[in-house]
Design a protein around this ligand. Structure first.
Ligand code: PLP
Length: 448
């Protein structure tokens, strides 16, 4: 295809780097979603909303550090805070002042955060949240929403990374899947029936509160409220996985906007300002199960938790610098506004070129619905809330999406592969213009 040929001619350095990477890494990548055929980009440096590959090509970036970089790449306040801390040491193997400041900031921003336990990633945070819920309730079962992603550990990977449909994942004990119930997002009758049948066995219900993949498959607010009511009624722990939505949807995350108080919340990505980090926050009585004396006072064994890099000083420094900016400025609102402008401008291009797709999303999300099922939609009639996972979630490697991603890259824009991406607070009019120019050119290439 001319699109693939143009991309290969444009990125010889990335191709060479990928050939070497294949010698080292299974599939030549270190994260499952990075691989887009014929090869991923090899990036040499990044600043603000832009990045440059090893061939010197410039891109408007919509990978956004997999969602960690709402302030863009190498934000001066963040790099200064990290550099300052670097000189003072990277690891004390002890309590330190920055972890206290970081925790106090989180508590001041996230409504349900009574106590905090830091982890190294979102995966570790959801693992701990589910462990706490099982310990607190003495129950085994987890309720998950089909297609929702909570990291790659064994309790949540099954039915997500492979097929998003409940199929057991190789290497994961099938017995674990016996203890996971999958509900369909937005199916309120189905949820109520499932809770009526199994509510008393469920330790925790976990969800991405604005829907999977940055809201690519959006959730109705009424569905989330119903889940809150049903979990409360049956004594199950409600876990908001705000790894994506935390500090993005608002300063206090999706829970603040929805007006829902989850029992536990998992945070990562923006939390640590682009360095590794995560946290479980929430109800004091639940998190106190990690406290030796409090657990003993209740006559239970404490939940074990170690982690060499938990709340490490560099992540704390980056996290504090980032969260303070988000707390004290209109950065989140600016990111939302730019995303809305971009969605509108991309839809105008689709209209002008009579392409039967749609661009949609909320908060910082830009989702390109490529209409792979050729559904009869018009931009005016397109309503993702009325559609389902099966329509909105594009199968991996679908030809049209791959060609769109490659053509966009050749024209200087790197979208995330779903396809779309999060907009940051430092994307501005110049990035919107460059994205629109590239989008028009890529659609022309796709037609040729
Ligand atoms: N939860 C959600 C909603 C995520 O999007 C992710 C990562 O993309 C995770 C959990 C896992 O976080 P991490 O990649 O830091 O382990």
């Amino acid at each position: 295809s001319p699109i693939v040929a143009a991309f290969i001619a444009h990125t010889p350095g990335s191709a060479a780097a990928y050939a070497e990477a294949c010698e080292h890494f299974p599939g030549g990548v270190t994260h499952d979603t990075r691989y887009v055929r014929p090869h991923p980009l090899a990036i040499a440096r990044a600043a603000g909303p832009r990045k440059w590959d090893v061939d010197g090509n410039e891109y408007v970036d919509y990978a956004g550090g997999h969602g960690a970089l709402i302030l863009g790449h190498a934000h001066p306040a963040v790099t200064a805070a990290v550099a300052e801390q670097l000189a003072k040491g990277t690891h004390y193997g002890a309590n330190h002042a920055l972890e206290n400041r970081w925790a106090a900031l989180i508590k001041s921003m996230v409504p349900s955060a009574e106590m905090i336990r830091f982890t190294n990633s979102g995966t570790e945070a959801t693992l701990m949240a589910l462990r706490v819920a099982r310990a607190a309730t003495g129950r085994k079962k987890l309720l998950r929403l089909r297609g929702h992603f909570h990291g790659w550990h064994d309790h949540v990977a099954f039915g997500v990374t492979n097929h998003f449909d409940g199929t057991p994942t190789p290497g994961i004990l099938e017995g674990l899947s016996d203890n996971v119930l999958l509900a369909d997002p937005n199916d309120e009758a189905g949820l109520s029936a499932l809770m009526a049948a199994h509510g008393s066995e469920i330790a925790a219900a976990i969800l991405e509160p604005t829907g999977s993949t940055y809201g690519q498959v959006p959730l109705r607010e009424s569905f989330v409220h119903l889940l809150r009511a049903e979990t409360a009624k049956h004594g199950a722990v409600l876990v908001f996985d705000e790894v994506v939505t935390g500090f993005r949807v608002s300063k206090g995350g999706a829970q603040e906007v929805l007006g829902i108080r989850p029992d536990l919340t998992t945070l990562a990505k923006i939390l640590a300002g682009g360095l590794p980090g995560g946290a479980v926050v929430g109800r004091r009585d639940l998190l106190e199960l990690l406290d030796l004396e409090r657990a003993a006072a209740r006559g239970v064994e404490k939940i074990p938790h170690q982690g060499t890099y938990n709340a490490n000083p560099l992540s704390a420094a980056a996290g504090i610098a980032t969260l303070e900016i988000l707390r004290d400025t209109d950065a989140i609102a600016r990111a939302h506004a730019t995303a809305a402008t971009l969605r509108g401008a991309m839809n105008a291009v689709l209209d002008e070129m009579s392409v039967p797709w749609a661009v949609y999303g909320s908060h910082t999300g830009v989702h390109i619905f490529t209409n792979w099922k050729r559904l009869p939609i018009t931009p005016a009639s397109f309503d993702p809330l009325a559609m389902g996972y099966a329509d909105l979630k594009v199968p991996r490697g679908l030809q049209t999406v791959t060609r769109l991603l490659l053509a966009m890259r050749t024209h200087g824009v790197d979208f995330s592969p779903w396809p779309g991406g999060p907009v940051s607070a430092v994307h501005g009019p110049a990035e919107v213009d460059a994205t629109i120019t590239a989008f028009r050119a890529a659609l022309r290439d796709l037609r040729a």
